[in-house]
Design a protein around this ligand. Structure first.
Ligand code: NAP
Length: 358
């Protein structure tokens, strides 16, 4: 496999740091440029971070002395990279403008940001679920007037604790769902040291999160028609998203009604057998098993289960009949690994194998 030169835009942030770790000695990608705000530009990565390293794993050696560039200087990045990963914190319109500037400079962008998720010609990928959505990249290239530049995104971290669990059950026609998510503070790019108000506290509000949690699954389950993604109409989803005092790991409590109500055995079998292209292609960050079900009543727990398969697996538990809905259960995913940088790296691995960066 050819190695691609990769850039990390927003390399100094919480998600950018995850990219730095996941791309250390990666078989497909070599980090050749890193960028962030003008505040960090011109400094070494270590100087720019100035004590802001937020992960519980050490900063990789390869990146410590790399010079951080200004993310807006696309021309100089163009010489250095074949593609970029993007995780910057800017207003949506500015993120979209910047990502399109990279794409128009013929640099493919694999993004964590939400700015382009709603566009019908931008694939929003969970590679196990909707790899066929990459077909819309051709339409996008026509819109942008590019030969190899395009944007692919990953969905919001919150939905990765329930969309993978519902997908293999779509044959039973779920039509109504209630989901409550219990979301870690790293989802806001924070640690407890930076957000002491979260110790011993729960905040019943995460700006914009419920809208994303209800809308984004419909695109993931959508079909490609006439070169664009047409969103699914069902199941309708209503959500509440709650911030809880957990460092990493988003837990979801899910209630579902089905038109063709499955048995418990059918649900467990569908989860057990569910795999996709990442597993078949043995991509470097593919979890060996996508969904793992726990029989114990008190599992999955964020602390003990979030790191399953390097934080790329989804765990489930407490599947039982409900008195109002048909079934209820819980799901868990690691928000900065599967839900952010890891999901983007897995998508990029899939795009690489399929030749999208050539
Ligand atoms: P973060 O820790 O606050 O990092 C923000 C990054 O953006 C830093 O690298 C920062 O550079 C850079 N930045 C800020 N202003 C900039 C500018 N004017 N020009 C260029 N770069 C600029 O945020 P995060 O948690 O990593 O999140 C990054 C993005 O990913 C956000 O859009 C977030 O919504 C999304 N996301 C986060 C998660 C998660 O679990 N944390 C999950 C999914 C998606 P400096 O250090 O130089 O300021």
């Amino acid at each position: 496999m050819k190695k691609y030169r990769a850039g990390i835009i927003g390399a100094t942030g919480m998600v950018g740091q995850r990219f730095a770790v996941l791309l250390d000695s990666h078989p497909f990608f070599e980090v050749t440029a890193i960028a962030a705000s003008p505040r960090s530009a011109g400094k070494t990565y270590t100087e720019a971070l100035d004590g802001r390293w937020k992960l519980d794993v050490p900063m990789p050696e390869y990146i410590k002395d790399m010079i951080v560039r200004d993310a807006s200087d696309v021309d100089s990045m163009k010489e250095l990279v074949d593609m970029v990963f993007c995780a910057i914190d800017l207003p949506k319109a500015e993120v979209r403008a910047l990502e399109e500037k990279y794409a128009k400079a013929e640099i493919p962008v694999v993004s964590n940001n939400s700015a382009c998720r709603g566009l019908e010609d931008v694939p929003m990928l969970i590679p196990e679920i909707n790899p066929e959505h990459t077909a819309v990249i051709e339409t996008q290239k026509k819109r942008l007037g590019t030969k190899r530049g395009f944007i692919a995104v990953k969905p919001n971290c919150s939905i990765q604790s329930y969309v993978p669990l519902i997908t293999p059950l779509l044959r039973y026609e779920p039509y109504e769902m209630v989901v409550t998510t219990y979301q870690a503070i790293s989802g806001a790019g924070k640690t407890f040291a930076q957000w002491p108000e979260m110790i011993d506290n729960v905040i019943p509000y995460i700006g914009g999160e419920e809208e994303k949690s209800e809308k984004e699954p419909m695109k993931i389950w959508g079909k490609v028609e006439n070169g664009v993604v047409v969103n699914a109409a069902l199941p309708v989803i209503t959500t509440q998203c709650i911030r809880v005092p957990v460092s990493n790991g988003h837990l979801a409590a899910i209630f579902v009604k089905f038109r063709k109500n499955p048995t418990k055995e059918q649900i467990l079998e569908a989860w057990d057998k569910f795999e996709g292209e990442p597993q078949r292609l043995k991509l470097p960050h593919a979890p060996e098993k996508f969904i793992t079900y726990f029989e114990e009543n008190d599992r999955p727990q964020t602390k003990s289960e979030r790191e399953i398969w390097g934080g790329m697996g989804i765990t489930a538990g407490r599947l039982r009949k409900d008195t109002v809905y048909d079934w209820k259960f819980v799901g868990l995913s690691h928000n900065t690994l599967r839900g952010a940088a890891g999901g983007a790296v897995l998508s990029a691995e899939y795009l690489a194998v399929k030749g999208f960066f050539d």
